[in-house]
Design a protein around this ligand. Structure first.
Ligand code: SF4
Length: 218
């Protein structure tokens, strides 16, 4: 499969290490998704949320971004609280949940061992992130969850990293008119250590929605 395509194929070979891990997981868990995880959400969204990569027993198992693990429970609960979802999140891809004005994707579409993609894998998957962001005709804001999502989003949006360091709550205006907002990732590690609280996450998500849906400046 060619990275110029808008979606990677199920057996995308561009990252050999991740393809090998995928094969191992297919043998261990034949009933899991174990393939690149596609985007999810409202194609007319003004806000895209960019995560790191599928969690091994989360999106890699269920086939939908952030679905089936701790990070997803926090993210989808917050989207519901802020009135951006319809239906009941039930931690699987067939729960008929829909999002309103929000689109969710990942910087890397295949699960990496220990949640750690290497630089070549982040780079290799970026064309798919670029295509995803380009496909959102109404895009006005991107909420990046974590430093890797931030870095890949800056590059995907044509920004310059040295001028836009990652910092929780930071707001970066890109020359394209899209605004990038940073948040710590809503991972179990970050929430268990108190690095990211529910209140912090709600505040940063609310800010991102406000920026995405505020009237354009004249
Ligand atoms: S991470 Fe992206 S580029 Fe790499 S194998 Fe998976 S889909 Fe392909």
């Amino acid at each position: 499969m060619n990275a110029a395509c808008s979606e990677p194929g199920r057996d995308c070979p561009l990252c050999p290490r991740l393809a090998g891990y995928r094969e191992t997981l297919r043998l261990q868990h034949p009933d899991w998704h174990n393939a690149p995880v596609s985007d999810f959400g409202d194609g007319n969204a003004c806000l895209a949320i960019v995560g790191l990569a599928p969690g091994v027993a989360g999106a890699n198992r269920t086939g939908r971004p952030f679905t089936g693990d701790h990070a997803g429970a926090m993210l989808y609960a917050m989207l519901e609280k802020l009135g951006r979802s319809h239906g009941q999140y039930a931690a699987h891809a067939d729960d008929r949940l829909t999002l309103d004005g929000v689109f969710i994707t990942n910087a890397v579409r295949c699960v990496p061992p220990h949640n750690k993609p290497d630089v070549s894998e982040i780079h290799g998957c970026r064309p798919f992130l670029i295509n995803t962001l380009k496909s959102l005709a109404n895009l006005r804001a991107v909420l990046a969850l974590g430093a890797i999502a931030h870095q890949s989003s800056v590059k995907a949006l044509g920004g310059k990293l040295p001028k836009m360091p990652f910092s929780h709550g930071a707001v970066h205006r890109l020359h394209t008119g899209v605004t990038l907002i940073d948040s710590y990732h809503c991972s179990r590690l970050n929430t268990n250590t108190g690095r990211l609280t529910e209140a912090m996450f709600e505040a940063v998500l609310a800010t991102a929605l406000e920026i995405a849906y505020s009237p354009p400046l004249r």
